[in-house]
Design a protein around this ligand. Structure first.
Ligand code: GRF
Length: 186
């Protein structure tokens, strides 16, 4: 059984989708959620299904040893960033080579980088009248939204699409693509 540790900063629907996908099987399971936001919805959701939540602040993330020790407890085979909004520490990227995966709600390398998260991405895509949008799952390196792409899938933007419909379509795609990418990596 492989261990997946998920990092999330907000609502956590992708984190919970990973747990729903893996935790009933025998291949891997989400063993902990690491969260940097004490207000995040994921805290209650993960706790409700008995997944331990490790809450940390910026000082703790930057302090060498803090996350290392906390992660050691869960022996992660894969670290999945599911809506984690801070830059993942370079020292941990080194410690877990090719084992940290991020999901990004756009067709990288387009619409990635610092500040390109959540609604900002979708608003920019709609503003620029792009004809296609989609989701990328990629390995994490020291920079925002870079690293080798594992899976990417796109869809046509329809004339009637707006921010809400695009967000919903992206989430539906994410719920399929993220578990598929982790299955591949496992
Ligand atoms: C997702 O769109 C993900 O791609 C991005 O942040 C969003 C998180 O949504 N990195 P949720 O918290 O999983 O609902």
């Amino acid at each position: 059984m492989k261990n997946i540790v998920v990092f999330a900063s907000g609502n956590g629907s992708n984190a919970m989708n990973l747990a729903a996908h893996f935790n009933s099987g025998s291949k891997a399971r989400v063993v902990a959620v690491f969260c940097n936001n004490p207000e995040a919805g994921i805290i209650e959701k993960a706790s409700a299904v008995n997944i331990p939540v490790v809450l940390f602040n910026r000082a703790q993330m930057q302090e060498p040893g803090f996350l290392e020790t906390a992660l050691d407890t869960y022996s992660p085979d894969i670290i999945a960033l599911a809506g984690f909004l801070w830059l993942f520490p370079a020292r941990l990227v080194k410690q877990y080579p090719n084992r940290i995966v991020n999901i990004h709600p756009a067709l990288l390398p387009a619409y990635g980088g610092k500040g390109m998260f959540g609604d900002h991405v979708h608003k920019a895509v709609l503003h620029n009248k792009e004809t296609r949008h989609g989701v990328t799952v990629h390995l994490v390196n020291e920079h925002y939204d870079e690293g080798r792409i594992l899976l990417q899938e796109s869809f046509d933007i329809r004339p009637e699409d707006n921010l809400e419909s695009v967000k919903q379509r992206i989430h539906e795609l994410e719920y399929r693509l993220f578990p598929a990418a982790l299955e591949q990596l496992l």
